[in-house]
Design a protein around this ligand. Structure first.
Ligand code: ATP
Length: 349
């Protein structure tokens, strides 16, 4: 029996996770779902933001669904030593899972084009998947130092590191529109030359059915807002991906619409990109769409159930159109929205 560990966390985390779990129980009743503590709540219970029981539980899980971690600015957690603060639980979790590919879909939902900062004709139909390398590159290489008035960081990639993240991108493209854009700065950086060479070689060897092109990161930064419709899957290294994925995150028009997945060789981590929203926590009005869509990614990438994942995504799109939540200018609260998703899947709730 597949096992999912849920980590609701703090703030609106428990509310949006409960909504996603309701949907998962409906579409994947055979899956065992186990809840554990992380973040500030875990500190309150166990004196540790990433307790041993949680570490043990994720070890044999097939996937982890995370809510949000954090808390109000004036929380007593924030006066704790750094390693005991809620966010350090999140960092430790990400490290323990060793995920090397971060996936962020950027989708403008039909009927919600008006929320996008882009003109409706540009926003309509945008559906991009950004695959960012997460464990290598300039953020991680060992050779980093400041010497007087000189400072060093090193961008370094190896062929196996490039290939494993590129595989995720090609695999995802096969399930989508079959196009990958690999983003680099190969006109200036040797590390990008290697990146480009290895991504192309992998495509020619194993993914001949996928169309691959290469673009420079500066050009993509412009085109992703000037003409986002031209992209299907974008794959890029850590630093470029960090910047491009935050840039692209504003296109759908609300944080409440952005799911994510982080994949590695062990269980994947699936979570909304928004924070714990302490200003609305406990009121039952949080938009659970990003977490429900993260659960859809879990079904697709964590459990290899793409058809059920598509069913959930379609139901979310319908619910967003008919019962938008307050952050989207509508009136639906968390429960109403979740029931709309369940109803859209044809299940009475
Ligand atoms: P953190 O420090 O945990 O990142 P934050 O307040 O800096 O918290 P978010 O939690 O992402 O960042 O919140 C930013 C704003 O977006 C807040 O006003 C919050 O209420 C709103 N928001 C974020 N997520 C949602 C959601 N799922 N539904 C409704 N509003 C949301």
């Amino acid at each position: 029996m597949p096992k999912i560990v849920t980590l609701p966390g703090d703030g609106i985390g428990p509310e949006v996770t409960a909504a996603a779990v309701e949907v998962l129980r409906e579409v994947a009743p055979d899956v065992h779902i186990e809840e554990h503590a992380i973040g500030g709540g875990a500190y309150d219970l166990y004196g540790d933001p990433f307790p041993q029981a949680t570490r043990d539980a994720i070890r044999d899980a097939d996937a982890v669904l995370l809510g949000t971690v954090g808390g109000p600015q004036n929380s007593p957690w924030n006066s704790l030593p750094r390693q005991l603060r809620p966010e350090s639980g999140l960092l430790a979790l990400r490290k323990a899972l060793g995920c090397y590919a971060n996936l962020r879909p950027v989708r403008v939902q039909p009927g919600l084009e008006h929320l996008s900062p882009l003109k409706p004709e540009l926003a309509r139909g945008v559906d991009i998947l950004i695959v960012r390398e997460l464990l290598g590159g300039i953020y991680f290489d060992g050779d980093r130092r400041i010497e007087g008035e000189t400072a060093y960081n090193t961008m370094r990639y190896t062929t196996p590191e490039v290939e494993r993240v590129a595989k995720v991108a090609f695999w995802a493209a096969e399930q989508r529109r079959g196009r990958v854009t690999s983003v680099d700065k190969a006109n200036v950086l040797e590390v990008s030359e290697l990146w480009r060479r290895d991504v192309q070689a992998l495509r020619d060897r194993e993914y001949r059915n996928v169309h691959l092109n290469h673009e420079y990161v500066d050009s993509v930064a412009m085109l992703i807002v000037a003409n986002p419709g031209r992209y299907d899957v974008i794959v890029t290294e850590n630093l470029f991906g960090d910047i491009l994925s935050d840039l692209a995150a504003v296109i759908p028009g609300s944080l409440g619409l952005m799911p994510s997945a982080s994949l590695g060789d062990g269980p994947g981590l699936f979570e909304p990109i928004h924070g714990s929203a302490p200003d609305i926590a406990g009121q039952g009005i949080a938009n659970p769409a990003a977490t429900i869509m993260s659960a859809a990614m879990l079904l697709r990438h964590g459990l290899d159930r793409p058809q059920v994942a598509n069913q959930v995504d379609r139901a979310v799109a319908l619910a967003l159109r008919e019962h938008p939540t307050r952050d989207l200018g509508g009136k639906a609260d968390t429960r109403t929205f979740t029931h709309a998703v369940l109803n859209a899947m044809g299940s009475p709730s």
